[in-house]
Design a protein around this ligand. Sequence first.
Ligand SMILES: Nc1ncnc2c1ncn2[C@@H]1O[C@H](COP(=O)(O)OP(=O)(O)OP(=O)(O)O)[C@@H](O)[C@H]1O
Ligand SMILES: [Mg+2]
Length: 244
Amino acid sequence: MSLLEVRAVAKRFGGLQAVSDLTFGMADGEVLGLIGPNGAGKTTVFNLLSGFLAADAGEILFRGRSLRGLRPHQICHLGLTRTFQIVRPFPHLSVLENVKVGALARTASARDAAARARRVLEEIGLLAKAEVPAGELTLAERKRLELARALATEPVLLLLDEVMAGLTAAETERIVELVRAINRRGVAVLLIEHVMRAVMSLSERIIVLNYGERIAEGPPAVIANDPRVIEAYLGEEYVGAAQG
Ligand SMILES: Nc1ncnc2c1ncn2[C@@H]1O[C@H](COP(=O)(O)OP(=O)(O)OP(=O)(O)O)[C@@H](O)[C@H]1O
Ligand SMILES: [Mg+2]
């Protein structure tokens, strides 16, 4: 049985078809990239998968179970957790408290949640900031906090929405290594990312969305050379850069 099955899912906002007849699947432990121009519908797909929006049509199955009608916290409890493109930690709570909120998805004990949160912060490299109010973090640290908060829920499938946006090359490389380490532990990752070097190196397979429709799907090397993808998204400049 596959981990995730998305079958003919659609979502419209007024006159705008944000996601159209989208079908794809994911295997256990896979890293799948989801790319496409601004407004292509990528975050909307995450909202549908994580229960923040209801689909107009279609079906989403996670570990063989329909997600129809489930609330975000219920979906998270099943093992599907997402990060947010616009990161909004509780600014007055400490970094540790923010991650504890995630950990409480798995335990009712505040002490267990704190211990789990510390372990995740150590893995993410934020333990030194555990007592700092989240509002005082840099952007790169807030992105890592968002990742830590999601990891603390112990996902089977982690949806990452532009966790590298706005970071320096060195900060991006650090997140790439973190995502790799998370995946090595068996967590499947669905990755929305505009940083092509990162998405190409992490993903086993990439789906390209444009105006809510899948225009291509395949391994990174094939996607990078697909004329439809280049025209809709990557652009001539990218081709030039890729060819060095
Ligand atoms: N809740 C909403 N209500 C109305 N329109 C929305 C809503 N959410 C998204 N949209 C619209 O749906 C389209 C797809 O948006 P979405 O955020 O999914 O794009 P995206 O691929 O994530 O883009 P980006 O790369 O800029 O993050 C856009 O035109 C957006 O304005
Ligand atoms: Mg988005």
